[in-house]
Design a protein around this ligand. Structure first.
Ligand SMILES: [Zn+2]
Length: 118
């Protein structure tokens, strides 16, 4: 298990294994928050929040972005289909820095073509 946490530590997301790559997306949301994503399913991760989560339903309503209500860090998103294997994007910016710096990041054009840019 690898533990990711927001800055104040009240929201944590534990993931089973490190991803092979991180995704840097340029869509209107990711461009703003600078997240680096790794993908799991809801039943693979352990999400804990000791404070209120800020929940932001994206414009196309396919996912809800979750941020710590205290320190504001965006920790993860969850697909809105409600299934146990719903896709979860974990913001690896919340993971230990040494781990993040050891993983390659791929650029994804979520703004225009929905294709990888590498
Ligand atoms: Zn926090």
């Amino acid at each position: 298990m690898i533990k990711t946490s927001c800055h104040c530590g009240q929201v944590t997301v534990e993931i089973p294994t490190a991803p092979e790559t991180l995704t840097s997306c340029n869509c209107s949301m990711c461009h703003r928050i600078g997240a680096l994503w790794a993908y799991y399913t809801l039943d693979q991760v352990d999400i804990s929040a000791d404070t209120e989560l800020l929940n932001y339903l994206q414009g196309d309503r396919t996912l809800t972005l979750h941020s710590c209500g205290h320190c504001g860090c965006t920790t993860h998103y969850v697909g809105t289909d409600g299934k146990p294997d719903a896709r979860v994007g974990v913001n690896m910016r919340m993971a230990p820095r040494e781990l993040v710096e050891s993983l390659p990041a791929r650029r994804f054009d979520g703004a225009e073509t929905w294709k990888w840019l590498d």
